[in-house]
Design a protein around this ligand. Structure first.
Ligand SMILES: Cc1cc2nc3c(=O)[nH]c(=O)nc-3n(C[C@H](O)[C@H](O)[C@H](O)COP(=O)(O)OP(=O)(O)OC[C@H]3O[C@@H](n4cnc5c(N)ncnc54)[C@H](O)[C@@H]3O)c2cc1C
Length: 395
């Protein structure tokens, strides 16, 4: 049995603790904040993310508290035309083996946290900001701000996009600022007119901007998330913004989209950041995971799903491992690198599909509306249909 020190108690870090504990190891999770908690509203989980949760023993619980979505609905945000829907029921669920769901981020986090607390092999420590690591032939040590050190057989940096472990391991500077601002709020569903309620994740695509909404918390709230390419150069996170700014920014959208946006009250804004994929996630007994390894724009709704896939694979690879950590981590990176890089690029490029205007938007609509449900399923199959991210093939 080895002792694995995990830096960061987000979705990725907690899932990794469950994964490595499932392989017979002990895990220590070091979280910078004073408490283990997760803010935010809804999070979409495609079947690949739920397969990972199944492997961690939490699939049933997540399916039980999630909204099971019927379709991904793509609208022309200016004309209001329904362009195409990717059905998520019937054949989609049969083909990919799980539903496409939305869960409240806090609920998903609570399930992961409870599973960690229930495991005698997992030690959760809050108030532990890491500043770096060192290692020798037989161990790896996390260095905490304040001087304390925590030693184990291996270290996993799951400390998010501004990862201290990545800073030392990759040293690739600050994240890339995308020039896109997203505004977010939630509204009680009872305030949404009945004719504007449907069980879909809906995109309203407009010139240089788009608006996504979906139900969360068992359908009691509607999550609103409009984005605009405004050339923002400074990363901001959760900054309050008044509703008039949101109204003006999305004035080019048509009536229905604007009616929904007008229901939002307490808006907050984020300038989106990501990083270019890199060739190095591991250094001997140290590896990166989740957003620390492959931070991506949220437009593919896959960041958490990928962190969960990482966690399952890593758990499998560390099964029976007592000393060959460098080798297992190399294998983990080799298995995960191309898939996560492809999704990172897809998320960046999605605005090219969503943000055109005029004739380019019409051509896009014609192309999308000509696709059959089967073709749409084929298009997402490599991403949503993945379930072979652990198990026998990984070892
Ligand atoms: C607006 C938005 C919408 C999204 N929607 C989706 C979606 O629908 N579906 C999806 O799959 N993904 C989505 N994502 C992506 C998803 O939220 C992330 O990919 C996921 O949360 C990454 O988890 P993580 O554990 O790797 O990192 P984080 O969630 O960032 O967790 C890192 C943890 O490490 C801690 N930490 C940081 N530094 C240190 C340190 N030095 N020492 C100790 N602890 C530290 C932090 O406090 C935090 O608890 C979305 C992201 C955004 C921004």
């Amino acid at each position: 049995m080895a002792r694995i020190v995990i830096v960061g108690g987000g979705i990725g870090g907690l899932a990794t603790a469950i994964g490595v504990a499932g392989s017979g190891h002990r895990a220590v999770v070091l979280e910078r904040s004073d408490d283990f908690t997760e803010l935010g509203a809804g999070i979409q989980l495609a079947p690949n993310g739920i397969h990972a949760l199944d492997r961690l023993g939490l699939g049933e619980a997540v399916r039980g508290c999630a909204v099971h979505i019927d379709e991904l609905r793509f609208m022309d945000g200016v004309t209001g035309e329904h362009v195409v829907s990717l059905p998520l029921t019937g054949e989609y669920r049969r083909r990919f083996g799980n539903p496409y769901v939305v869960v409240h981020r806090g609920e998903l986090y609570r399930l992961l946290l409870d599973a960690c607390r229930d495991s005698p092999a997992i030690d959760l420590r809050a108030g532990c900001p890491a500043i770096g690591y060192r290692q020798d032939d037989g161990s790896a040590t996390v260095l905490l701000d304040g001087g304390e050190q925590v030693t184990g057989d291996a270290v996993i940096g799951a400390d998010g996009i501004h990862s201290a472990i990545r800073r030392q391991l990759v040293d690739d500077g600050e994240p890339r600022v995308s020039g896109i601002t997203v505004y977010r709020t939630i509204i009680p569903m009872e305030r949404v007119p009945r004719e504007l309620r449907w069980n879909a994740v809906t995109w309203w695509a407009g010139p240089g901007r788009h608006f996504v909404h979906y139900a969360i918390a068992g359908g009691t709230y509607l999550n609103l998330a409009p984005s605009v390419e405004n050339g923002a150069t400074e990363a901001i996170s959760g900054v309050p913004v008044d509703k008039d700014t949101v109204r003006r920014t999305f004035a080019p959208l048509g009536d229905t989209a604007r009616r929904l946006l007008a229901l939002g009250e307490e808006w907050k804004s984020w300038v989106l950041v990501d990083r270019d994929p890199v060739e190095k996630w591991t250094d001997g007994r140290v590896a990166l995971l989740g957003d620390a390894a492959h931070p991506m724009l949220h437009y593919a709704a896959q960041g958490a799903c990928q962190a969960l896939e990482d966690a399952v694979l890593l758990g499998d690879l560390l099964d029976g491992c007592t000393d060959a950590f460098a080798e297992r981590f190399e294998k983990y990176h080799a298995e995960r690198r191309d898939r996560t890089a492809r999704i990172t690029h897809l998320a960046r490029e999605s605005t090219r599909l969503w943000h055109p205007a005029g004739a380019a938007a019409e051509a896009r609509n014609a192309m999308l509306s000509s696709m059959s449900p089967g073709q749409l399923h084929d298009y997402v199959a490599w991403m949503h249909g993945m379930r072979d991210f652990g198990g026998e093939s990984a070892r």
